[in-house]
Design a protein around this ligand. Structure first.
Ligand code: ACM
Length: 517
């Protein structure tokens, strides 16, 4: 794949180009408006700038039908907020002056074509995912004010004429939010889902349980949330999702072509469960709640008479409300478990997952266990475990802490964040290759960046840790290795900052980037 960019349309001194007038017509072949040069994150497979620009106006329509309608409506809803234009969504085939969404089965999975001409805009894809990603590219071609949630007057809604042909390197491009150490509300998570979508991230992994909190309602074991959900790191009030809340998140993410991956972490990190029920403990008494910041990784009492019933019950309930094919069983840092007991438990747990017609995902420690293919190991620390998983027929998700752990500080100037895996600045989050030496792309589902929240207490801190590093990870997962270049990304990120500003994202304005005002 190659990248070709001709910036013929961007010379402000060219006759017919001026940024001082706002055009009134949808046809801007010789319009006075000037479009910014195309600058997309993640970088597409092929992009060719063309002569001229398209101007979105009060008469622009969106043309879609059938399976393209939902994506067309989401695009219209978003653009109506900032432009104030009606942008009606109607069936039809006339692209002139309009934005048309359509299917083309010859394109690759999740791929799309986006053609912006002075006369109209055409988005095509083989599947709904690709069509949705095409609309995200479209929005990045518009002035950054299109990301505002209120009408912005006096903006020329101009897009540069361009031809984009694009498809992802990996089918798994994700982020994880630890809602166990500190709880984050449905609305806070939805806001991040919107930001994931903008970056073509298609997996949201929720770390729902840990020592300091149990965050998902389990009808058959209600004290998990009544007690285990009642606090968090630092002793705050914690919280939890009802099953209806969780299903609302699943649906909100699905509408944005993002799959929610639920994690219940066993056999380690199980303190909140053991604090909720006496029967999960040898002496029959619940443990005291734990609200410290440090990792204690209290293990499940694997020999307990109720323990396997408990695990089977909670997974059965979660599987029932999880339409996606994956259940993340954790499996990390099982420091209390004998290795043989750990293996036997994981093998049994895979049976529980398979009985629900799902595939098991675990942290890379599951690579020490003989599991049945298919399964997925999430490589965070131990490359040998990851290689073992592949040798045993598994696939990997690349989340190496030195590049992907977004709870690490960016640099010495940050007032909070971890450092045990080193600083992870934006370049560290960008300039790395996910496929381990000797392995192949096919051994990897893709890339995921976890945000652990022992030190992340609120939405502002979450924004700061996630952005812009998650934009870098999105490009690692989407863009072919040969098309990635740090200097080029740094330049595009400088432009991207204005999009994040308009979205009110409190990102870290790292000195690695010459941010444009
Ligand atoms: C982990 O960071 N314990 C997966």
């Amino acid at each position: 794949m190659y990248f070709l960019l001709l910036l013929a349309c961007t010379d402000p001194d060219k006759p017919g180009h001026s940024d001082s007038e706002i055009p009134e017509s949808g046809d801007s072949g010789d319009s006075p408006a000037m479009a910014a040069p195309p600058s997309l994150i993640p970088r597409p497979s092929r992009m060719e700038a063309q002569e001229g620009s398209f101007v979105l106006t009060a008469t622009t329509g969106i043309i879609a039908s059938g399976d393209a309608l939902a994506t067309a409506e989401l695009l219209a809803e978003g653009l109506r907020l900032s432009t104030g234009y009606p942008l009606p969504v109607t069936p039809g085939s006339d692209a002139s002056g309009n934005i048309i969404l359509d299917f083309d089965s010859s394109l690759p999975p999740e791929g799309y074509k986006l053609l912006v001409t002075p006369d109209g805009i055409t988005l095509t894809a083989a599947d709904g995912d690709g069509l949705f990603w095409a609309t995200q590219s479209l929005r990045q071609l518009l002035p950054p004010e299109n990301f505002q949630k209120k009408v912005v007057p006096d903006v020329a809604w101009v897009l540069p004429a361009v031809e984009v042909e694009d498809a992802p390197r990996f089918g798994w491009r994700g982020g994880m939010i630890d809602v166990a150490r500190h709880f984050f509300t449905v609305e806070e998570v939805k806001r991040q889902i919107d930001l994931f979508a903008l970056h073509k991230l298609n997996r949201l992994h929720l770390h729902l349980t840990d020592d300091q909190g149990w965050r998902i309602e389990i009808l058959s074991w209600p004290q998990l949330t009544a007690i285990g959900g009642s606090t968090e790191v630092g002793g705050g009030e914690g919280g939890f999702y009802t099953q209806a809340d969780y299903q609302e998140l699943v649906a909100y993410a699905a509408a944005r072509h993002i799959l929610l991956i639920p994690e219940l972490d066993f056999p380690g990190h199980a303190h909140a469960a053991r604090a909720s029920y006496g029967e999960l403990n040898p002496d029959g008494l619940p443990l005291d709640l734990y609200t410290g910041e440090g990792v204690i990784s209290t293990g499940l009492w694997l020999d307990g008479p109720s323990t396997r019933d408990f695990v089977e019950d909670v997974w059965t309930e979660i599987a029932t409300i999880t339409p996606g094919p994956y259940l993340h069983v954790g499996g990390d840092e099982a420091i209390d478990s004998d290795p043989d007991d750990y293996s036997a438990f994981l093998q049994w747990l895979q049976g529980v997952v398979q009985a629900q017609d799902k595939s098991l995902i675990g942290w890379d420690e599951v690579g020490t266990v003989e599991l049945e293919a298919p399964f997925i190991a999430q490589y965070w620390w131990n490359a040998e475990n990851a290689r073992n998983a592949v040798a045993g027929g598994g696939q990997l998700i690349a989340s190496p802490a030195a590049h992907c752990y977004l709870d690490m500080k960016y640099d010495r100037s940050n007032s909070f964040g971890q450092v045990w895996a080193g600083y992870v600045n934006v370049e560290d989050a960008y300039a790395w290759e996910p496929v381990l030496s000797g392995l192949e792309d096919a051994d990897f589902m893709g890339v995921e960046a976890p945000l652990w929240t022992e030190m992340v207490t609120d939405e502002a801190q979450m924004d700061f840790m996630l952005w812009p590093r998650l934009a870098a990870e999105a490009e690692v997962g989407w863009t072919a290795a040969a098309d990635r270049d740090w200097e080029d990304f740094r330049g595009r990120l400088a432009t991207h900052g204005a999009r994040l500003d308009n979205l009110n994202v409190g990102y870290y304005a790292s000195p690695e980037v010459e941010w444009q005002p």
